[in-house]
Structure formats: C-alpha cells, structure tokens
Ligand binder design. Structure first.
Ligand code: XMP
Length: 515
C-alpha cells in the first residue's frame, strides 16, 4: 500500500475462520485493508474514515452473552457496510429484534444455490448470473427482512433469505460467504462492494508488498542479528530471498535436516539457495534427535507438540551460535488461523513454528499473506521453477505421514520412497503441477494381503491429492483410473505394502494432512 493512501476498507473480525480470506480476496482485487476486533473498530473508524466496512462471519448467535460487541454507532456513520453471515444476522437484529431464527441443532453447512432474480437487481450482485452456487456455513438465520430493508437474494425457491439491503442507510448483507473460492464468481461480489458501492481506488501491488516487508523488518530488527530457518518450501525460501539484500549479514539463514525430509531434498535446497543468492548453512547433526523423540509418540497433536519442542531446542542452540536475538519466520495467515492464533478462530492443529517461546524476539513478515500470494512473490525472484511450482510440504514433514504407529527411520524411508515414486508418476502424466498438494502416507493398521503364493501382513498407503488456492478449504483432485493403477502397482512392489487407498475428501471436513 502506498503510504500516502489511507486504508479504504476496514474488516471487523467477528471470529470467522474466513476473516483473513476476506482480506486476501481484497488484495487479489487490488485493495489493501485492515482487520480489527470489534472493540477497536469505532475509534479507528472515526480517525481513519474508511470508505467501506465489512463485518466478517463468526460462530456466535446474536443472543449469546459473549457475542462480539460491535458498536452500534457504526451503522449511522454513512459508511457503506457489508455484513457477511454473522455480520448479516447482527445487522438484521439491531434493526429489528424479531428477525433472527435460532437454529436448534447443527448448522446449515455446504453448497447452496443462490437466486438473484428480483425486479431491481442489487448493486452488490451486478454482473452476476441469476443463480450462483455459494458456500454457506451458519447456525442462526434471518427469517424476515427488517424494516426499511429489502430481500435481494434467496435460496430454496425463495424460502430462505440469503441477502438483504437498505440502500438508503448504505447497509448490505449476505448469509453465504462471498469471500471463499467455493462461491462461484466470489470476487465479483466483493469487487461490486468496494468499487461499485464504496468507490474505492486500487492501492495495492506486489512490489509494494516486497518493499513493505523489507522496510518493516529492517525497522524492527534495528542493529540486531536474526536467524531464519529455511525449509526449501515456498514460504521461508521466498522470505529469505526478499530479506537477504535488505538485511545483509544481519540475516543468518540455515536449513535443518530433521530426518523427515522428502527424497533429494538437500540437493534441491542447495540449488534453491544458489538461485536466490542466499548464504545458507546446512545443519545435519540434529537428525537423530528428531527421530528418537518423535518415534515414541503416536497421537497427532502430541506428535506435533513434540516436533515443536525439539524444533525449538534446536533453533535455540543455532541462534546462540550466531549471536542472534531475533528469529524471522515464514509463517502465513493460514498457519496462524489454524493454530488458533489469528483473531478469534479455534485451534485445528499445533504448528511447529507458531508462538514458540525461545527467548528470541519473533518477526513474522508474511503473517497476513496466503500461499498463492507468496508464490507470486517467489516469481519476482526467479524462484518459480524451483520453489513456487513445488508442492507445499509441512515443517514436521514425513513425521506427519506415518499414522497410528511409532515413527522409525525404516518407516520414514518407506514413506520417502513411496512419496518420490508417486511424484514421479504424477509428473509423468503431467498432473503434478495441476495438483495443489499430494500427501502420501502410511496407515499404521496392518492388513492381510497375498503376494506370490504367500500371505503378507503389511501396511496400507494412502495417496491424497487436493486442489486449492489457500489451503483454508480444499477440493479433492480426482486422479484418472490409469494413474491410480500405476500408483497401485508401483507402491505394491514394496514387500511391506499390500494396499493403496486414494483420498479425495474435501476440507472441510478433512484437513489436507492426516495429522
Ligand atoms: P492442513 O492439514 O491444516 O494443511 O489442511 C494446510 C497446509 O499447511 C501445511 N501444514 C503445515 N505447514 N507446518 C507447516 O509449515 C505445519 O506444522 C503444517 N501442518 C500443515 C499442509 O501441508 C498444507 O499445505
């Protein structure tokens, strides 16, 4: 964002998993925005006078005692407001207490077909077809339009209210989620709001991001020394490449071999570092420490926690050896949201590098950004082939892909080999780059198979392929039959593997990784 420009859009965070996605979608459309909790919003609005306000969704009911405390004054400031999901329910409720139907059990969750065929189509839905498929996830709903509002979208043959507006008071509200990619043409609705309704001007580009990351990190670091652990994945590598020219030898970049890496990883890392002009130290001496300790843990969260503890200890030692007082992390918005650190959303998984208390000060320059944005930044540094086109790989690596049994060096090797074989097959069929992530995992329960003439009591493998832009939600990437057949025959050549499953379950309900 240009310093001279004011932030035009405020997003008020009411606790939705999707709040950061609203911000990301706005960036994608060319607009910088800010997210604030409801308590801080009114003061900020009065000082900064934004051109528009978006109320995120959230899991509360307007009747909950601890429901977010949104200042009611915001609706009288003549600033356009778009309420999404809970945001819509709140707007309806404060205008008419008798509009909310409380859901007794469960949630309305999943795809819903939205109809916009009203006499005067709302400005919010300009350029959209009469019907779109949208993503919905809510408990309570709005059962009638409040006074002065009109209904502008419905579902289920007009029975369910999906959007309302009061143009005079500049209030718009939708029950579904226009910000997520499952909603068809999702960017059109947000674009209509920020341009068509709020008259915002575009104020965001990639070069601005790089400049801002460098400037802010430099200021925060001052004359101190910072370490950055580079995993070879797109986030940490891109971040190191962005910062290296700005921080010079105040930045110490290193790679730790945890023993859970993919095949040929170290060679690739060396290549990447060269391409990114990075002075990278490869540290291999901690491998056994990781294997020995994690091997004793089976439960998914306990395993993540153990990995995190060792990772922390190792980082601490390395930092000390460099005399560093800061740690720079490539943590993304998704990581923070899912580990419960972003705004008010709930914990899904402990991430190995979030909220580590190492006695080092932390800088997370990418914590507002999403994967596809980092890939775009990687391209600015010529890292597209080596980094941004590689599928993401979690910090705890193959440790997360041995499910239900103790991890051993032998099992890690089996998964590593299987992963490499599946990757090769997907590349051969030209599918690797179309798939956002492939997870090849060993399922610990043994089952009976027959090989040659003999009984084998062996492992099952599961191959999971998904597509997504941000990993907040994913769709299964269905592999063609011939590819499945080749994967099955290749993996079952290993004497200990008797079965291969394929997993195309979306997220939600499944997460991308099994643990
Ligand atoms: P889930 O399984 O939460 O994964 O749908 C979303 C994305 O995050 C990656 N992931 C991680 N990355 N440390 C990381 O650096 C972690 O602990 C971690 N856990 C999951 C996952 O591979 C996917 O790309």
């Amino acid at each position: 964002m240009n310093e001279k420009n004011k932030i035009q859009i405020l997003i008020i965070d009411l606790g939705s998993q999707y709040t950061q996605i609203i911000r990301r979608s706005l960036r994608y459309l060319g607009f910088y925005s800010i997210i604030l909790p409801p308590e801080k919003s009114l003061e900020w609005i009065k000082v900064n006078k934004p051109k528009g306000i978006i109320l995120s969704g959230g899991s509360s009911s307007v009747y909950d005692i601890d429901a977010p405390k949104i200042p009611k004054e915001i609706v009288n400031l003549n600033i356009p407001i778009l309420g999404i999901c809970y945001g819509m329910q709140w707007l309806a409720y404060i205008n008419d207490k008798d509009t909310i139907e409380v859901k007794k059990e469960g949630k309305s969750y999943g795809p819903v077909q939205i109809n916009f065929s009203f006499k005067n189509k709302s400005k919010l839905f300009e350029k959209l077809k009469e019907n779109i498929n949208a993503w919905s996830s809510h408990g309570d709903s709005v059962k009638k339009a409040p006074k002065d509002f009109i209904i502008i979208a419905t579902s289920q043959d007009g029975k369910v209210i999906e959007a309302i507006e009061c143009e005079e008071k500049k209030l718009w509200a939708v029950q579904f989620h226009p910000e997520v990619e499952e909603t068809q043409d999702e960017n059109i609705i947000l674009n209509n709001f920020v341009i068509g309704i709020c008259n915002c001007e575009k104020d965001y580009s990639r070069k601005d991001v790089i400049e801002e990351i460098r400037k802010n990190t430099k200021i925060e670091l001052g004359n101190d020394i910072a370490i950055i652990g580079v995993s070879g994945g797109v986030d940490s590598t891109t971040l190191a490449a962005i910062l290296a020219p700005a921080l010079g030898n105040k930045l110490k970049a290193f790679f730790i071999d945890t023993g859970g890496m993919r095949k040929g990883e170290i060679e690739k890392i060396k290549n990447i570092a060269q391409k990114a002009n990075l002075n990278l130290e490869i540290i291999e001496k901690y491998k056994n420490k990781f294997i020995n300790k994690i091997g004793m843990v089976i439960d998914a969260e306990a395993k993540r926690a153990t990995f995190r503890t060792i990772y922390g200890e190792v980082f601490h030692e390395v930092a000390k050896s460099y005399g560093a007082t800061y740690m720079i992390q490539g943590t993304l918005a998704t990581d923070l949201i899912e580990s419960g650190s972003g705004g008010k959303s709930v914990l899904i998984k402990t991430h190995h590098n979030v909220d580590l208390d190492l006695g080092l000060k932390e800088i997370m320059p990418l914590s507002d950004y999403f994967k596809f944005e980092i890939r775009e930044l990687a391209n600015e540094f010529g890292l597209d082939e080596l980094v941004s086109k590689r599928q993401p790989f979690p910090g705890p690596g193959l440790y997360l892909r041995i499910i239900g049994v103790p991890v051993t060096a032998e099992l890690l090797e089996m998964v590593r080999e299987a992963d490499a074989e599946v990757t090769e097959i997907l590349e051969k069929y030209g599918l690797y780059n179309k798939i956002s992530q492939t997870v090849v995992a060993l399922l610990g329960t043994k089952t009976v198979g027959v090989k040659g003439d003999g009984r084998v009591y062996g492992y099952s493998f599961v191959v999971r392929t998904v597509e997504t832009t941000d990993f907040m939600t994913v769709k299964g990437f269905y592999l063609p039959k011939e590819v499945c057949e080749e994967i099955i025959s290749t993996l079952s050549r290993h004497s200990e593997i008797v079965r291969v499953f394929f997993d195309f379950t979306p997220k939600p309900p499944a997460t991308t990784e099994f643990e």
